[in-house]
Design a protein around this ligand. Structure first.
Ligand SMILES: N[C@@H](CCC[C@H](N)C(=O)O)C(=O)O
Length: 254
């Protein structure tokens, strides 16, 4: 494979290789992702983001090479990449994703902080909740598939629910602890990746679930291993996520 310019970014420890789609479009994309995301023989990352321009589009893949419709931490990093690379420095970006258009509002440049209109939760409540063994699972979509458990973090349970036959396309699994009505802490076992330090769509899905069940307010801070996200749910159910994005490195593959 030819040498490809790459950058690495993270959003609260959820890390991504980012490059332009035009650099990889004629390559074996899945092999490229698996090799750069490998933490021993590559750079190491939870996923890969390819940037398309005119119009702006985020093409997201998990570490294992599977395509995912959206990534909450990833879209903040996408916005920072567009800013750093001078692709688009507008305060408001409209970004096409497989989960529809997302709007990203820049709040500050340094530190780089954005508020993202994540849209609405879908397909929740229809089947709420389902029971998998001793686990009460609240499932639905906030840009991608999520299952929420009000239980302490357990990686084995995360793996097993992710791969449970109730979810033919697997599910991301979020473990939520309510500290008080405006403070939650969350850990996520991600489809296509395993345990991550943060999951933006997972945090949105978790807060939506907790709020709908009357367990928290509509404006909350969520503690993750490397920092916090702020989530607001407006009166008609639209979800907003505010959080940082940071650049780690730039280079090129050998
Ligand atoms: N880390 C992400 C979600 C990435 C996609 C997910 N693993 C899936 O397959 O749906 C986030 O921050 O939202």
């Amino acid at each position: 494979m030819k040498s490809i310019p790459i950058t690495k970014y993270h959003g609260l420890g959820n890390d991504f290789i980012i490059t332009r789609y035009s650099y990889v479009e004629n390559e074996d994309i899945v092999s490229f992702i698996r090799s750069v995301c490998d933490r021993h023989t590559g750079i190491g990352a939870d996923g890969a983001i390819f940037v398309k321009t005119n119009p702006l589009e985020m093409v997201y893949y998990n570490q294992d090479g599977s395509r995912a419709p959206m990534c909450g931490n990833g879209i903040r990093c996408f916005a920072k990449y567009c800013f750093d690379e001078n692709i688009d420095r507008s305060e408001k970006l409209v970004v096409q994703t497989l989960a529809g258009k997302k709007v990203v509002y820049r709040q500050s440049e340094d530190p780089f902080l954005v508020r993202v209109d994540m849209g609405y939760a879908e397909e929740y409540k229809d089947k709420w909740p389902i029971q998998i063994g001793p686990h009460t699972c609240y499932s639905g979509f906030v840009s991608t598939v999520h299952t929420v458990l009000f239980e302490p973090w357990d990686q084995t349970v995360g793996h097993d629910i992710c791969h449970d036959p109730n979810y033919p396309e697997q599910t991301n699994v979020n473990f939520v602890q309510i500290q008080d009505p405006t403070h939650l802490s969350i850990r996520t076992y991600e489809r296509g990746c395993g345990p991550t330090l943060a999951c933006g769509t997972g945090v949105c899905a978790s807060v939506y679930t907790a709020y709908t069940l009357g367990k928290c307010a509509n404006s909350v801070n969520v503690q993750l291993i490397k920092g916090q996200l702020h989530i607001d749910i407006d009166p008609d159910g639209r979800i907003f996520m505010t959080g940082p994005a940071q650049k780690i490195l730039e280079g090129e593959t050998a």
